[in-house]
Design a protein around this ligand. Structure first.
Ligand code: ADP
Ligand code: GLC
Length: 469
């Protein structure tokens, strides 16, 4: 079977969050299962582009709101990622350093999707499946079914994966002028509440839809920023498939970002050596349990609760622990977290920004990972933490609820709580301290979590079954 993944992110080419990790790994594992998986994404001006070699494979053009846009498709030469990687260039539109965050993002991603569909139409052969990820690619199934220019592609089956239903790509109807001309009777396939909603359009028009955990699919029926009825109505074609992790990239025995490698058999010394390097770098005390947070500082991650939860924990528990935070996002949260550094010197430190290398060192050197997310469709951090022997502290939501069992429950190994409040986070830190202080139990927990299998093999096959259906 031949699958073309269309996405805004793909690690290591361009990554903002977990979407990049998933699209960098799933195709590789589909290849291993004997299928042909390809990925296409915009040609951002990231490091990967300049460090690798490409061939031009196609040049084309389409008219968008009266302007001709020329596009070029290039293909990475050496199969470096384990699958064919294609990048779409449209000068002046996709040639940016960052993935998102520009005023013309809506225009950029419509242009990207149009270029992809145009290119697929001109290919000598057809992929069996087009797999579109998140709202940036949610219009592709619509374009392939209902636009006059491309509806000859309607026989190709489309899958739409929702990694995050919080972002839906809403736009006004005036922006329909950027679409390829389409059957006006089908406007309802794009519409939700008098807006064009690419996420809703993806759900309506794709042959099959999935979310990245079963728990999250269930949640979307009750809370999805206005799309609750849609998820209820379309439940017959919606599935939950839990993400995996790329165990070749995320492996404490071989991780090139780590100075000290370890397995579950050597976790005690291995983690301690990594913790020492981390504590030395950030002025923390290796003899105290180290709690970390890594992530986008946005409302869904409940990053706004961290400053208060961290200071309450340090005060109420007499500084019996250390915290280290890595992330970027809301400038208010960033400022609060930065200003706390002086106040809690020796107990707390932070690095604002994106740092792939440091994230690996933190998963390896920490004792506990905090994930108080208000919304978490799957969450990869907790799975990386497990693999690196770091105990996750999570709110019971979405994929976190599907992957972490509280240590107080039968067979449990993590710390779980219900509400995203400062009080519950602080109480969970207290419960984690109790676990940490029971050395024997903590050691067994680390050994156990490192052996939990969240590799992609299983989920990659479930996607194939979905395509086959
Ligand atoms: P989301 O995709 O919602 O951000 P996930 O848990 O699925 O959440 O994935 C987050 C990914 O991004 C993980 O690989 C995590 O390590 C990484 N990440 C997030 N913020 C940073 C950062 N500031 N520096 C390095 N890696 C980060
Ligand atoms: C989204 C979600 C996250 C998920 C990731 C990969 O960014 O917020 O929970 O793990 O996509 O599917």
């Amino acid at each position: 079977m031949e699958i073309l993944h269309v996405s805004a992110e793909c690690y290591p080419v361009a990554k903002v969050g977990g979407l990049g990790d998933v699209v960098g790994a799933l195709p590789k594992y589909q290849q291993k299962l004997g299928h042909i998986a390809k990925v296409v994404l915009p040609m951002y001006r990231t490091k990967f582009l300049f460090e690798n070699q490409f061939d031009v494979v196609h040049k084309g053009a389409f008219s968008m709101d009266g302007h001709w846009l020329n596009y070029t498709i290039i293909k990475e030469k050496t199969n470096k990622l384990g699958f064919d990687l294609y990048l779409v260039d449209i000068m002046g539109i996709l040639d940016r350093e960052r993935v998102y965050g520009y005023d013309d993002d809506t225009y950029r991603f419509i242009a990207f999707q149009r270029a992809v569909v145009d290119w697929v139409g001109k290919w000598q052969h057809r992929p069996d499946i087009i797999h579109a990820h998140d709202h940036h690619c949610g219009l592709i199934p619509f374009m392939m079914q209902y636009s006059y220019e491309y509806n000859y592609l309607s026989g190709i089956k489309t899958i739409f994966t929702i990694h995050n239903g919080q972002y839906q790509g809403w736009m006004g109807w005036d922006q329909a002028r950027w679409f390829p001309a389409f059957d006006a009777y089908k406007w309802g396939m794009l519409d939700w509440n008098n807006m064009i909603n690419p996420l809703a359009a993806g759900v309506k028009c794709a042959y099959k839809v999935n979310t990245v955990s079963s728990g999250y699919l269930e949640e979307l029926r009750h809370s999805s920023k206005g799309l609750e009825h849609l998820f209820e109505y379309e439940r017959g074609k919606c599935f939950g498939i839990l993400n995996g992790i790329d165990t070749e990239v995320w492996n404490p025995e071989t991780d090139s970002y780590l100075q000290h490698h370890y397995s579950y058999l050597t976790a005690d010394e291995g983690k301690r050596a990594n913790k020492k390097a981390l504590c030395d770098e950030f002025g923390l005390d290796i003899n105290k349990p180290l709690f970390i947070f890594i992530g986008r500082m946005v409302e869904e991650k409940a990053a706004d609760l961290l400053p208060q939860a961290i200071s309450d924990s340090i005060y109420y528990m007499n500084g019996r622990m250390n915290f280290l935070v890595l992330g970027s996002g809301s400038s208010m949260v960033e400022q609060q977290l930065e200003s706390m550094r002086g106040h809690f010197f020796g107990y707390y430190n932070s690095q604002i920004g994106y740092n792939e290398a440091l994230s690996h060192k933190m998963y390896a050197g920490a004792d506990f990972l905090l994930m108080p997310s208000r919304v978490e469709p799957c969450g990869l951090n907790q799975m990386y933490a497990l693999r690196y022997g770091t105990v996750p502290i999570v709110r019971r939501t979405g994929g976190l609820n599907d992957t972490v069992v509280d240590y107080g429950d039968e067979g449990g190994f993590g710390v779980c709580f219900r509400e995203a409040t400062v009080g519950e986070i602080t109480h969970s830190v207290y419960r984690a301290l109790q676990l940490y202080e029971d050395k024997e139990r903590m050691g067994k927990t680390v050994e156990k979590i490192m052996q939990i299998d969240h590799s992609w093999e299983r989920s990659a096959q479930i996607y194939i079954n979905l395509y086959n259906s």
